[in-house]
Design a protein around this ligand. Structure first.
Ligand code: GRF
Length: 196
């Protein structure tokens, strides 16, 4: 069975990246192999994890292109050059154009800190708190042209407590994210459902 070459795209903290790299180290990613880390910011804190785990890093700063399509062309070239079969958005703070979504159809996944289709976009945890929902969670989904939208792969839920703040809630959701994203990578990289 051929390995699935995974690129993880980040913009900041990189705690989900760390969870993926740790899962890989513990042989919990099935056929998936993380071969490239891409960031749109050279100062992304998460790049430290890429270095710790000896992963290849590529930076494409936002300033390298004047349009979304131009940026995505650079991204597509880089992904092809590295024979990437699965793209994982882990806190990558850019909206992808249809150019890359079509080129890598059903091969780009994203993690979002809410139970989609509820609370897409920024501050998903605050949106859930403000509306007073009692259950929220996180979602891994295939990426389409819309923001935080596309077929859902896995979800996990948590209760919201009366005393929760945005910070406490985000922390509890993040813990679940760190389990869910590696599971999803394993699942979709493993033939005939054996990845479950
Ligand atoms: C996570 O909450 C993820 O769901 C969202 O962005 C955040 C990234 O966190 N898309 P980190 O950089 O992985 O720590």
């Amino acid at each position: 069975m051929n390995k699935v070459n995974v690129a993880v795209l980040i913009s900041g903290r990189g705690s989900n990246l760390k969870a993926i790299l740790e899962a890989e180290k513990n042989n919990q990613l099935g056929e998936a192999k993380v071969t490239l880390i891409i960031s749109n910011r050279s100062d992304a804190k998460g790049l430290e994890y890429a270095r710790d785990y000896n992963k290849k890093i590529e930076i494409i700063e936002n300033s390298r292109s004047s349009s979304r399509e131009e940026y995505d062309k650079l991204l597509i070239d880089l992904l092809h050059q590295n024979s990437i079969n699965l793209v994982v958005l882990a806190g990558f703070m850019r909206i992808l154009s249809s150019l890359i979504v079509n080129e890598f159809q059903n091969k780009i996944i994203n993690i979002h800190p809410a139970l989609l289709p509820s609370f897409p976009g920024l501050y998903a945890q605050k949106q859930a708190l403000d509306l007073g929902v009692k259950i929220t969670g996180c979602t891994v989904h295939f990426v389409d042209e819309k923001v935080d939208h596309g077929p859902i792969i896995l979800q996990d839920s948590i209760p919201i407590f009366d005393e929760d703040t945005e910070e406490s809630l985000s922390k509890r959701i993040l813990k679940k994210e760190h389990q869910l994203l590696p599971r999803a990578i394993k699942l979709i990289s493993t033939p005939s459902g054996k990845g479950l």
